[in-house]
Design a protein around this ligand. Structure first.
Ligand SMILES: [Zn+2]
Length: 311
């Protein structure tokens, strides 16, 4: 990463970064995630693009905030800010979750659900989904992907997150302008934990369930004809998510599915990908490792190369 790129990350609006991390910013203040805070003690200085907690003394800029909040090193924090993907979930299982410390801001589902009732794809969205990613139209419909343009005319793909019962619990916006920042935006209170949970209701006994990193790998996996869910790469998987996954798996000794293992994964072909697999394997012991070919960095890449070679 060069100086220019670093500077761009340092200039990302501090309050926007805080919101992306799940903090609720009101009048330039938020509950401090670094100590047990009842009154918002974390303040943001927009002119200097910094934050400071008057109780515990935590302070810094956008990169520091991400490092401290997600427990990432400098490079990983820059990557998170840069693309919001390909992240490790260091210490995800033994650290208290942010939501245990600060009260959850509620997500206003009624405000967003109507967008997904009549999904509408801009030409930019169609190009991204079908021409660039070669995704199956049925998958795009199943996932209720829609799109919109903001006041600056920037096209966004809007990705709904549903719980297992089909209730809208969060929305993820993905910038459709190549290389633009920020790449992702989340409306306040969005709970973008596990993606595509309703698919669990369609699982037949003994059927494989693939776990991917991020929604776009999940679309590729679904388009390849597999059942799949995605776990967030940038945020931490909560205890509740882990419990939910374990609850759908019961070992053959308990009368569960005997036809092989339920959970499968093609980890990204890099160190963070393998680390994520090992961390998941700890909480989902039945997880099976699949290896991508050497020239494919992740499943989307593999799917795309296969699609192109078919033509
Ligand atoms: Zn504090």
């Amino acid at each position: 990463m060069d100086k220019n790129e670093l500077q761009k990350l340092r200039e990302l609006p501090i309050e926007g970064v805080a919101e992306r991390l799940g903090l609720r910013v009101v009048h330039h203040k938020a509950l401090c995630p670094f100590h047990a805070d009842n009154h918002p003690s974390l303040s943001f200085k927009v002119s200097k693009n910094t934050y400071r907690c008057f109780v515990c003394g935590a302070s810094g800029g956008p990169i520091d905030l991400v490092m401290k909040h997600l427990n990432l090193d400098f490079r990983a924090a820059c990557r998170w800010l840069n693309d919001g993907s390909g992240l490790t979930v260091q210490g995800a299982w033994d650290k208290p979750q942010t939501s245990d410390i600060s009260p959850q801001t509620s997500f206003d589902a009624s405000r967003y659900s109507r967008f997904f009732e009549h999904p509408w794809l801009l030409p930019e969205a169609k190009k991204f989904l079908f021409e660039e990613r070669h995704l199956d139209e049925r998958v795009v419909r199943w996932c209720r992907l829609t799109s919109w343009k903001d006041r600056q005319g920037v096209p966004w793909l809007q990705i709904p997150y549903y719980d297992r019962e089909g209730r809208l619990v969060g929305v993820q916006n993905r910038n459709l302008v190549c290389g633009a920042l920020p790449r992702f935006r989340f409306p306040q209170g969005s709970q973008c934990g596990i993606y595509n949970l309703p698919v669990l209701n369609l699982l037949r006994p003994g059927e494989q369930l693939f776990i991917t990193e991020g929604a776009s790998d999940c679309w590729a996996m679904l388009s390849a004809g597999h059942k799949a869910i995605a776990i967030p790469s940038a945020t931490l998987l909560s205890k509740k998510d882990i419990e939910l996954l374990n609850s759908i798996y019961s070992p053959p000794s308990q009368g569960g599915e005997g036809g092989g293992s339920l959970f499968h994964m093609y980890p990204d072909r890099d160190a963070p990908g393998e680390r994520l697999f090992l961390q998941l394997k700890e909480v989902l012991p039945s997880l099976v490792h699949h290896q991508l070919p050497p020239d494919c960095k992740d499943f989307s890449d593999y799917f795309l190369k296969r699609k192109i070679s078919e033509k």
